[in-house]
Design a protein around this ligand. Structure first.
Ligand code: ADP
Ligand code: MG
Length: 756
């Protein structure tokens, strides 16, 4: 889907550039010419059918995923352990079966190569649907991947591969021996090989020189970037690796500039938007709230608070991202902003990612506000307001009442989950939207809520996952950023320990004795498991842990609950389960009971990951901790040590010391600095995960740009884009860039950027 929308560089409609002048006669744009006309029906047919690419521009922008270097072929008989290799081999047999310990299948493909000392190799694919259907006996393919050991033999696991023509070593192949081989995304019966051939002939046929270039000439000169014509030629038909590298550098910068120019244009437009100013008043509910706050705000809370107060009082919308370490007190900051809006006659909505969190916010905000939350009620403060909760699991009657309160303006603060987004939820005068824990929320959802206000409302997005600067610049590039970097005073540090059961089996018992000690001291304990029941797949399979067929059964809430109920050292301890499949009423009842100290130990999934705030909880045991990602672990442990009592987090793993997945655990043990961890996390994860998590659509639309690696380039593009938009807000002088932006922003992407 995203493929064709990644076309960054098609020219302005008439194929002319600003320099060429507006009066020039329009030529048919080369990139819009049909493939069939350029390369003939026989070549174009399969490309249209299997790749859904129909024009010259679409195929040119179908970039290779990677390149293979033919000079580096390794004979199977000489495979080096633990190194990246590329080899050509023929499939002898293929066999697919279900895995035993886990959901999914494993396809084992036996191959042999053409080298003098013929070797045989078994290649494994986990859930390799494509491999299963493509790597049939007799097929030749080029494989590349890292050599590992599997059941005492050298093997490749989930390698990249490229289907080759069936005849061996034809003359053409020999002649091309030194050229890097572009590997294209393909589908159906089309091989990457075929796409490479067609595309290589296309770049010869097309008059690339006439393509307008979205990059300003000065920038290309300054950074010595290839002009667009050369870039297309070399990215598709490189003679040496340096060719595609230079082409890639150019497209990478182009991608950054297009994205940043789009964001700069949005910022410029947002600055012109009108919103209702919500000025603070001296004697309103905010003042009353401040007067009864049981603690003093941290300096950071005060500073951010001042910024918000000032921006809410302006008559164009605030668009701000508030980052703050877990436990840094973002909620109070948001609540104070909400109260200012209420004082000015508006309403505020707080959008939470889960029912548990919404319910918790509701309770804690009502508790924090005290009589101020009982506006208009007996015993309530006279200048108070009303807080309502609106979630999908409420009874119809309760929901109806909440909706009435929102629509009539009776409720100053409406807290909810996705249910708030439903069409029949209306507000009397929505002035501020607060989105908590942004990484769980899609952008469309934010926008759906914005659409409920008569004028664009003010927006505050909060996240506890520290966002590296470059990610903030790309994903949240149109939001201003504030950071709460200090924790409130008196916060005891959390100590974290990796508990390696492989080295220290005896620690398995010691764990529960430790839990008992906490509980005897009057504290509470979380035990977190990666899955709910014995037969679900793990919840964090995508976090980078390699699929291992023989993986021991993962800890589940149900099994753990049973085990702990039998555990002698926990006799008499009040234990309950919590997970997403419980019925919502039970979920909130359990959470409330735990918060009230009526339960000692909660066995749960990651539903407690975000926001849950029980100050009396001091110990968290995370079972099979290697199944979680770094930021998830960091979030999870933020649930303990919140009440001035020192917190402890035990990361339990069955993996041996030195296993690659234990790197994450060691990282989490070594620091509590969320920014350090998120950098570490980004290094270990794939890009798509980062952007994908923040964009509802999932997959990253960036082709060449890696937000972690290319910080300098992104900053440069941001400055260039800002300068271009300042002098030419409508991009009239930059038609090719404007067109590239339009093409780049698919409808989803548009929604992601749209805040108007
Ligand atoms: P987070 O930033 O993780 O959302 P919260 O807003 O939930 O953090 O705050 C965590 C806890 O710290 C809450 O119990 C809150 O009442 C408390 N808190 C917030 N600000 C302060 C402060 N300035 N001093 C002491 N405690 C605070
Ligand atoms: Mg929070």
């Amino acid at each position: 889907m995203g493929r064709r929308q990644m076309a960054l560089s098609e020219p302005a409609g008439g194929g002319r550039t600003a320099e060429a002048g507006r009066s020039e006669v329009e030529r048919p744009a080369e990139l819009d010419v049909s493939l069939e006309r350029r390369i003939g029906k026989r070549s174009a047919g399969p490309i249209e059918k299997y790749l859904d690419l129909h024009t010259v521009g679409e195929l040119l922008n179908h970039f290779p995923r990677r390149y293979l270097n033919r000079g580096e072929l390794t004979p199977i008989a000489q495979l080096p352990f633990d190194e990246e290799v590329t080899l050509i081999a023929r499939v002898l047999s293929s066999n697919t079966r279900q895995m035993r310990a886990r959901k999914g299948s494993i396809t084992e493909v036996v191959v042999t190569d053409d080298s003098a000392r013929q070797g045989m190799l078994t290649i494994s694919f986990f859930n390799g649907w494509a491999a299963k259907s493509e790597l049939l006996p007799g097929r030749r393919a080029l494989f590349s991947g890292k050599v590992n050991r599997y059941r005492n033999a050298l093997s490749l696991t989930n390698p990249n591969y490229l289907l080759l023509d069936e005849e061996e070593g034809d003359a053409d192949e020999e002649a091309q021996a030194l050229r890097p081989i572009p590997v294209y995304p393909v589908s159906g019966k089309l091989t990457s090989w075929k796409v490479a051939q067609v595309t290589a002939s296309l770049v010869e046929l097309v008059d690339l020189a006439q393509l307008p270039d979205p990059l300003p000439g000065e920038v290309m000169a300054r950074d010595r970037l290839l002009p667009i014509a050369d870039a297309y030629r070399l990215i598709h038909a490189p003679a040496v690796p340096a060719d595609w590298q230079r082409a890639r550098d150019r497209f990478r910068y182009q991608e950054a500039l297009v994205l940043q120019a789009a964001l700069a244009r949005r910022r410029a437009q947002a600055a012109l938007e009108e919103a209702t100013a919500r000025r603070a008043v001296p004697d309103g509910v905010l003042a009353a709230f401040d007067a009864r706050l049981p603690f003093t705000l941290t300096a950071g809370q005060r500073d951010v608070g001042d910024t918000l107060a000032e921006e809410l009082a302006r008559n164009h919308p605030m668009n701000r991202l508030l980052q703050g370490e877990v436990g840094s007190g973002k909620t109070i900051v948001a609540l104070r902003a909400m109260l200012q809006v209420i004082d000015a006659g508006g309403q505020a909505a707080l959008l939470a990612p889960t029912e548990v969190l919404a319910a918790q916010h509701y309770q804690s905000i009502r508790r924090t506000l005290g009589p101020l939350a009982e506006g208009g009620m007996l015993g309530g403060a006279e200048n108070g307001t009303r807080v309502v909760l609106l979630t999908g699991s409420m009874t119809a009657a309760a929901r109806k009442q909440a909706m009435l309160d929102a629509a009539s303006g009776e409720a100053g603060i409406v807290i909810g989950t996705h249910a708030l987004l439903s069409d029949n939820v209306q507000f009397f005068d929505l002035g501020l939207i607060v989105v908590d824990e942004q990484h769980r929320f899609g952008v469309e959802q934010r926008d759906a809520l914005r659409a409920k206000a008569r004028k664009p409302p003010h927006l505050l997005v909060m996240t506890a996952t520290p966002i590296p600067r470059t990610v903030a610049m790309t994903v949240f590039g149109d939001l201003e950023t504030s950071t709460l970097s200090e924790l409130p005073a008196g916060r005891a540090p959390i100590s974290t320990h990796v508990v390696g059961l492989a080295e220290h089996p005896a620690w398995a018992d010691r764990l529960w004795q430790r839990a008992r000690e906490e509980i005897d001291a009057g504290h509470q304990v979380y035990v977190v498991c990666p899955k709910i029941g014995a037969d679900d797949a793990g919840m964090s399979d995508d976090d980078g842990a390699a699929p291992a067929e023989d993986a021991a059964e993962l800890a589940s809430v149900t099994a753990m609950l049973e085990q702990l109920q039998q555990e002698p050292s926990l006799a008499g301890v009040r234990i309950a389960p919590l997970h997403g499949k419980l019925d919502p009423a039970e979920k909130s009842a359990t959470m409330a009971a735990f918060a009230a100290g009526e339960l000692d130990l909660l066995v749960s999934t990651t539903v407690i990951e975000v926001g849950v705030d029980v100050p009396n909880a001091t110990l968290m045991v995370i079972a099979d901790a290697d199944r979680f990602g770094i930021s998830q672990l960091h979030q999870l442990r933020g649930r303990v040590g919140r009440g001035g009592l020192p917190g402890m987090c035990l990361l339990v793993t069955n993996l041996e010391a030195g296993h690659p997945s234990r790197v994450r655990l060691d990282a989490v043990q070594s620091t509590t600095d969320g920014f350090v961890l998120s950098q570490e996390d980004l290094k270990l994860r794939r890009e798509g995960d980062i952007l994908g998590a923040s964009q509802s659509g999932g997959r990253s639309a960036l082709r060449f740009l890696r937000v972690v690696e290319h910080e300098d380039l992104i900053s440069r593009a941001r400055r260039d884009a800002q300068a271009i938009v300042e002098t030419d807000p409508e991009l009239l002088e930059h038609p090719a860039l404007a067109r590239a932006i339009d093409l780049y922003l698919n409808p989803e992407k548009e929604a992601f950027l749209e805040r108007g």
